[in-house]
Design a protein around this ligand. Sequence first.
Ligand code: FAD
Length: 457
Amino acid sequence: SPQIVWLRRDLRLADQPAFHAAAQGGPVIPVFVLDEDAPGDHAPGGAARWWLHHSLDSLGRSLARHRSRIVLRRGDAVQHLATIAQAAGAGAVHAVRHYEPWWQEAESRLGAELDLVLHDGNYLAPPGFVTTGSGDPYKIYTPFAKAMLAEMPPRACLPEPARIALPDSWPDSDALDDWNLLPTAPDWAGGLREAWDVGEAAAHDRLERWAGAVSTYHESRDMPSEDGSSRLSPHLHWGEISPAQVWHALKGRRGEGWATFAGELLWRDYAQTVVCQFPGYGRASYREGLDDIWRNPNRGHLIAEDLRAWQRGRTGYPLVDAGMRQLWQTGWMHNRARMVCASFLVKHLLIDWTFGERWFWDCLVDADYANNAVNWQWVAGTGVDSNMFPRIMAPLRQSDKFDAAGYIRRHVPELADLPDGQIHDPPDEARGAYPAKIIGHREARERALEAYRAAKA
Ligand code: FAD
């Protein structure tokens, strides 16, 4: 009998255990349901919708090589899958397991209705695979990473199914173009098109190029002016490539570069482990006592203005503005800049981290419920790990220390002609149309620490 593959963020054919199992069980009906209600405020944002369109288009073309296709539906995923399965007389629904709270709920609803077979495939190991001495899942990254490393390498990768048998008839499908996932007027996606090739083949091309550069990752990763990280994050988020594939392709490369990179892949697994334990992590602080820092009722009107200046890259701090404009233009931001921009929002501007999480969610092509929340809460000091609030990053010093001049020139063209000595902190007479600092660093730092002390008291 036909086997259904329920696709979500696992848009690949190779090392896709749901596809693999389904292809062995009979004719395959791949289904993707665009469910914009279940995730609530975490329905795919603008940049994610752009990526999703191209990723589905790419996977559809790969399936066409097998004379297969993806059945596209919009609405409640559980209802659509149950209807399709019943009409097709399907044997089972195969899916790669996902840990976002709305997907966990959908999996348990669907599992109660029909034969749902869940496979592990998007992480190096399923959450809970390693546990503390007392048998609990880890909350802290360092011991988690140590325990995981002892269990690596991950499972062996599966090949793309050699043959995907076709069902006798196809269920009805929406047309991808009718979903309007791409922006029309205005078309803001020019920078995204320039920055990215989407899909499984593009992910492997990027990995191949990255294999030649990973040996210097420990030095290059912190330098925003360089192309010093893999840029695999959207491909990993959408499951166009699995972390096991990345690991196995690179693990022969020893040395500090590889070790540091492996540590970042483990951060991705760590974030899932945290979200599995605390499903609301993307919406509310874990350490709620600190929230008073951001609850000053007298600052309502300023918050809207300050938030807008941050979103548009007009804070007057060149590294912050370069990061925020890179995000807006390309759907991605360098990790060092992400940390500086996030710290600036929650500490210099005293704005609640959830506002930053929302903006990143809408703008990032790699917007990921767990990675975004875990990193925002880490910067804000509200998370399960140590409280980082009092460690206030100095954006001007960071810019100089990590040699961000080239990065600023690329993303803040008003400052492109300034010499290295001025570009990190332009003197007033050299700013031209570039805005003055929204708040002085020392003043912001004192204000933040004062708000912190008050919240703790
Ligand atoms: P590389 O440096 O090449 O790392 C390889 C892979 O490891 C990445 O592709 C990613 O999958 C994973 N990784 C790296 N750093 C982290 C990290 N700190 N936490 C979790 N996984 C990591 N990453 C996302 O994928 N989605 C997000 O929504 C996201 N939001 C973030 C928000 C903030 C405030 C901060 C500080 C970081 C956020 N990150 C997020 C983590 C990190 O910035 C990106 O994963 C990284 O910049 C992606 O670029 P890369 O692929 O070149 O990473």
